[in-house]
Write a protein that binds this ligand. Structure first.
Ligand SMILES: *Cc1c(COP(=O)(O)O)cnc(C)c1O
Length: 449
């Protein structure tokens, strides 16, 4: 007889709270951050314009990334919007973006009156599929905005090749991919600009906050610093405003925390990777589960630990699986950014933007009237229904991961249909799926949603 699940009244596997990013238990906060904030208060300079700490945080972040420029801003969404202000599209111009990301990615596009054009994902890693890009390029396309989702890099080589050939700008959304490596290079330094978030759930945090990095020279586009500072050339010591731009200053308090957090980056990444690899190994025999897929020669940094399951081997759907995992004491959700891709939320589907105008989806400036219906990106829609999203953090120990694996195994063995198994999938030690047959098996059998 199978073990009684907690959702049916059985005993939950996890009874004590696991570490979480929602408080200090899952974060690397210490005396350093506390001291840094106190120093700012004692000096009495809280604002970026008069202080030195935001500048120092920018310099140190740029140094770590090997980027020519870094500007700190108030959020990840602000970072992406700052990049859009720099790009300066005409209203109705088009930006290619994946539908599996945080809404902040798309908000940045809409705030600049540009149109998000959704490119379907590669089911392996749920990032923008390079093979799907060219069919969406038009005379109005200005940029490609790949997102490195869950800490796993998008396939940047083919994306950059298309962008160079078609003269498009590339903005990388690295909000979930701090220190993620694509073939030896840090993400954020491959495209024209990279955007980061320091919101509380990201790898390092300033509460809220963000950063834009670039290796371009400042001759291209508008000067980056003006793009989040009211178009104001403060270095000229006169009041002037060159163009429309928001105020997205980071405060000195946030930067003080950010500088202290930078020192903890390596430990954060190492711990997340170590515990994620452990979970992957503990679930290796669970053949209805597909572990996170990473491209060859890449390093994933595990913002979330997301696995997909083979619906054809399960007796119940994703909602039931997740509800059962929750009952076992494991915090997780079905799908990211939810059970549907972004374009099915009212903001986009119902064009809830500027008054009743429907801008920019439905405006004289746009090339056509844009609509976003179910079926637009079939792979993304399927992924949202078969992905279990476990929030990950650097506070997880071996003991915690053992409990997480036990909860998952309990639920999956209770709900798994009898039948032939192919045997487990095997990734290499770095968590990548190098072989084509392994890659194929990672995604097949997932059609039956
Ligand atoms: C968090 C996040 C953002 C937005 O960052 P905020 O700081 O929350 O505004 C954008 N894109 C992705 C992929 C994110 O995870």
């Amino acid at each position: 007889m199978r073990e009684q699940l907690a959702i049916e009244g059985g005993k939950p596997v996890i009874t004590d709270a696991l570490p979480t990013i929602k408080n200090a238990s899952g974060r690397l906060f210490g005396q350093e951050e506390k001291q840094a904030v106190l120093e700012v208060m004692e000096e009495g300079i809280l604002c970026y314009t008069y202080g030195q700490r935001v500048r120092r945080f920018e310099r140190e972040f740029a140094g770590l990334m090997g980027a020519n420029h870094a500007v700190a801003v108030s959020s990840g969404t602000a970072a992406l919007h700052t990049a859009m202000v720099y790009l300066n599209p005409d209203p109705g111009d088009e930006i290619l973006v994946p539908p599996i990301t945080d809404m902040g990615t798309v908000i940045a596009i809409l705030l600049q009156q540009a149109v998000p054009v959704f490119v379907d994902i590669d089911p392996l890693n749920q990032n923008m599929d390079p093979a799907e890009i060219e069919q969406h390029i038009s005379s109005r396309t200005k940029a490609i905005l790949p997102v490195h989702i869950y800490g796993s890099p998008a396939d940047m080589d083919p994306i950059m090749e298309i962008a160079r050939k078609r003269d498009l700008f590339v903005i990388e959304d690295c909000a979930q991919a701090h220190l993620t490596k694509y073939k030896g290079r840090l993400v954020g330094t491959i495209g024209d600009m990279g955007c980061f978030s320091f919101q509380q759930s990201k790898h390092i945090t300033t509460g809220d906050g963000g950063m834009v990095i670039s290796n371009r020279d400042s001759e291209f586009g508008r000067e980056l610093r003006l793009c989040f500072d009211k178009g104001w050339p403060r270095h000229k010591h006169v009041r002037d405003h060159y163009f429309l731009a928001p105020n997205y200053h980071m405060t000195e308090l946030q930067a003080a925390v950010g500088i202290a957090q930078l020192a903890k980056y390596p430990a954060c990444i190492e711990r997340r990777r170590e515990s994620a690899f452990l979970l992957r190994d503990l679930l290796a025999e669970e053949d209805a589960i597909r572990p996170p897929g990473t491209l060859p020669d890449c390093e994933e940094t595990y913002f979330h630990y997301c696995f997909t399951f083979d619906r054809s081997r399960m007796l119940v759907d994703g909602e039931q699986i997740v509800a059962s995992l929750n009952a076992e004491g494991l915090e997780c959700e079905l799908g990211y950014p939810g059970t549907v891709p972004l374009y099915m939320y009212p903001m986009i589907r119902d064009k809830k933007t500027y008054g009743s105008s429907g801008w920019p989806f439905d405006s004289p400036a746009a090339r056509r009237i844009w609509s976003y219906d179910e079926g637009l990106c079939p792979e993304a829609e399927k992924a949202c229904r078969r992905t279990v999203v476990l929030p990950w953090n650097e506070g997880l120990t071996e003991e915690h991961v053992n409990l997480i694996a036990a909860a998952i195994r309990k639920v999956f063995s209770a709900y798994k249909a009898a039948g032939d198994a192919d045997g487990p999938l095997v990734a290499d030690a770095a968590g990548c799926w190098p072989a084509a047959d392994q890659r194929k098996r990672h995604t097949e059998g997932l059609e039956n949603v």
